[in-house]
Ligand binder design. Structure first.
Ligand code: AMP
Length: 510
C-alpha cells in the first residue's frame, strides 16, 4: 500500500464526525493492506510507530519546512517503516546530524500531505487519546471479529500492530494470553453518587467491597519469584516486601492478583492515604517495622493454568477466595438497597474511604473505565471563602480559574488549598467578573480578592499539611456551586475542618 492511501484515510477520519463513520473508513483502509503491511498500517492509523526515532519537535519542523516535497506519491508503508528503522538505529557521535539528514531523505520522497503526516508521526504528535480505541474497533470490523476480543488482545499484548496482523490474517487472538511478569493495565472504575444509584446501574445482585485507600498493586508469581507492579505498570517489588511474602506463600505455582496495599494503624483502622504513601517514598522501606503494609486482594487474573481474565467476576472471586482467603477483600453480594446502604456505612465506620460496587458477571476489562466497577466515596462539603484566584492557561486562558479557599477562624481567614475543578464555562465567566470587581492586590498570576464570595466545596478528605497555615489541606476538592445566598461570615470555620479531620482519624482529639 502506498503511504498516500493511509494519509488520505487519516485525513478523512479527522474530518468526518461520528465514531461509526471513522471506524468504517479505517476498516476499509485496513482491508486494503496485505499481510506485510497490516502491523505497520494499523499503528500508523493510530498515530503510533514502533521505533524510538530520537527525532525532536524542532528537527521535524525544520526538515519539513526546508525539504521540497515530491510531486508524485511513491512511498510505500514498508519503505517508510524500513527508513524509520534505519533512523532509530543511529547512535553515538554525529547521530543527530545523520538523523536529520535521513529524515530529509525520507521527506524528499513524500508529497506535501505525506510530509506533514510523517513529520508528526515521527515525533508522536498524531497519537491522541481515543484513536487507538477506534482503530481497535476498525480491526474488529475489518477482520469480522468481536470488538471485545480484539480489545482484550490489545490490552494483553500492548501492541496494536501485532494484534492487527493476527486478526486480519484470520488468526486466533487467544494467543495473546496473560503472561506472568508482563503486567496488564488495571481495570478502572466509574463513579456513583450512592449505593442506590450503583445498584440501579448495575442491576440485579451487585458485589460490594470495601474501597481501601492505599496503593494499587498487581502481583505476579511464578514459582519462587514474585514481582509487584503499580497502576502505571512500574515495577514496585522493592516497596512492598510484605505483599511479596504473602503471595510467595500462596499454594499455587503461577498467580496474577490485583489488589491494594495499605497500612493499618494499631487500632486496626487504615492510616490516612498520605501516611500509607510514605512507604512508597525514597526511604519507605525504613518504615516497614513501624508501618507494615497489608495486601488486600480483590481480583485474580490467573491461577496456575487457569486464565481467569475473561471469566465472570464471580468465578474469579471464588478462585481467589479459595486460594487466598485471608488476603481477600470483604465482599457482600446483594440486590437489597438497605443492605447495600448498611454495608457502605459499615465500611466508613471502619475508616475506609467508601466502597466499590461490581457486576458479578463482568470480565476483567483491563485498562477500561467501563461501568462494571463503580466507586462510591464519602464526600464532605464545606462552604468556604474565595481568598484569591489564579489566571488560567490553555483552554482557560483569560479566565480566573484556580481559586484559593479559606475557612473562618478567630484571627481571620485560613487557607486550605486551591482548586480549579468543578467549574463550568458559565461559572468561570461569572467568577472572573466577580473576582475582578473585588480585586485588592496582584502578585504575578494571582489576583487577591476581598473575602466575600462563598463557594460550596466538595472534597474527599482532610490531609495534614505543612504548606498551609491551618495545618490542613483538602484532598480532591471541587467547587459544587457558588452560594450567593450566604455571606462570608456564614462560611464554615477551621473548627469544622478540624472536626472532619478528627472524625476521619487524620488527627487525634485534643
Ligand atoms: P480511584 O483511584 O478513586 O479512581 O478509585 C479506584 C482505585 O481504588 C483503584 O485503582 C484501586 O487502587 C482502589 N481500590 C481500593 N479498593 C478497591 C477494590 N475493592 N476494588 C477495586 N479497586 C479498589
Amino acid at each position: 500500500m502506498l503511504l498516500r492511501q493511509l494519509v488520505d484515510t487519516s485525513a478523512a477520519v479527522t474530518e468526518v464526525s461520528g465514531r461509526l463513520k471513522k471506524i468504517g473508513l479505517l476498516a476499509e483502509c485496513l482491508r486494503a493492506m496485505d499481510g506485510s503491511e497490516r502491523a505497520i498500517g494499523a499503528r500508523y492509523l493510530a498515530g503510533e510507530i514502533p521505533q524510538k526515532t530520537g527525532i525532536g519537535y524542532a528537527t521535524a519542523g525544520e526538515v519539513e519546512r526546508t525539504t521540497p516535497p515530491a510531486s508524485e506519491p511513491v512511498l510505500s508503508l514498508v519503505e517508510v517503516d524500513r527508513r524509520l528503522e534505519d533512523i532509530a538505529a543511529l547512535k553515538g557521535p554525529g547521530s543527530a546530524g545523520a538523523r536529520k539528514a535521513q529524515l530529509g531523505e525520507l521527506l524528499a520522497r513524500a508529497t506535501q500531505p505525506e510530509q506533514h503526516f510523517l513529520a508528526r508521526l515521527a515525533i508522536g504528535e498524531l497519537r491522541q487519546g481515543a484513536l487507538d480505541g477506534i482503530v481497535v474497533e476498525a480491526i474488529a470490523k475489518a477482520s469480522d471479529k468481536p470488538a471485545g476480543e480484539v480489545r482484550r488482545a490489545y490490552m494483553l499484548a500492548g501492541d496494536l500492530g501485532a494484534v492487527a496482523a493476527e486478526a486480519l490474517a484470520g488468526g486466533d487472538l487467544a494467543r495473546f494470553g496473560l503472561v506472568v511478569f508482563r503486567p496488564v493495565l488495571p481495570m478502572l472504575a466509574q463513579t456513583a453518587d450512592d449505593t442506590a444509584q450503583a445498584l440501579g446501574e448495575l442491576g440485579g445482585p451487585t458485589a460490594l467491597e470495601h474501597k481501601l485507600d492505599g496503593f494499587r498493586v498487581q502481583l505476579h508469581k511464578d514459582g519462587d519469584v514474585v514481582r509487584a507492579y503499580s497502576r502505571a505498570l512500574n515495577d514496585v517489588t522493592d516497596y512492598v516486601p510484605e505483599a511479596i511474602a504473602a503471595v510467595k506463600a500462596l499454594p499455587a505455582r503461577r498467580v496474577i492478583l490485583d489488589g491494594e496495599a495499605i497500612v493499618y494503624g494499631k487500632t486496626g483502622r487504615p492510616l490516612p492515604f498520605q501516611d500509607t504513601m510514605k512507604r512508597f517514598g525514597k526511604n519507605g522501606h525504613l518504615l516497614a517495622a513501624e508501618m507494615p503494609l497489608t495486601l488486600t486482594a480483590f481480583d485474580a487474573l490467573l491461577v496456575d493454568d487457569d486464565t481467569l481474565l475473561a471469566e465472570p467476576a464471580q468465578r474469579r472471586w471464588d478462585v481467589l477466595g479459595q486460594l487466598a482467603p485471608t488476603l481477600s477483600v470483604p465482599r457482600l453480594v446483594t440486590a437489597s438497597a438497605d443492605e447495600a446502604a448498611a454495608f457502605y456505612r459499615d465500611a466508613l465506620a471502619r475508616g475506609h474511604e467508601g466502597i466499590m460496587a461490581k457486576a458479578p458477571d463482568s470480565p476483567y476489562d483491563a485498562g477500561i473505565r467501563g461501568g462494571q466497577w463503580l466507586k462510591i466515596k464519602k464526600v464532605h462539603r464545606l462552604d468556604l471563602v474565595v481568598l484569591a484566584a489564579e489566571w488560567g492557561s490553555g483552554r482557560r486562558k483569560g479566565w480566573l480559574s484556580n481559586i484559593h479557599l479559606g475557612a473562618r477562624s478567630p484571627d481571620g481567614w485560613v487557607m486550605l488549598g486551591k482548586t480549579f475543578k468543578g467549574m463550568t464555562d458559565e461559572m468561570l465567566r461569572w467568577q472572573t467578573t466577580e473576582f475582578l470587581a473585588r480585586e485588592v492586590d496582584r502578585d504575578g498570576h494571582i489576583v487577591y480578592v476581598r473575602p466575600e464570595i462563598v463557594a460550596e466545596v466538595a472534597f474527599n478528605d482532610v490531609q495534614r499539611s505543612s504548606r498551609y497555615p491551618g495545618g490542613f489541606a483538602l484532598r480532591l476538592a471541587r467547587v459544587v456551586r457558588y452560594r450567593d445566598d450566604k455571606t462570608a461570615d456564614q462560611a464554615d470555620t477551621i473548627d469544622a475542618v478540624r472536626a472532619i479531620a478528627i472524625a476521619d482519624g487524620v488527627l487525634s482529639e485534643g
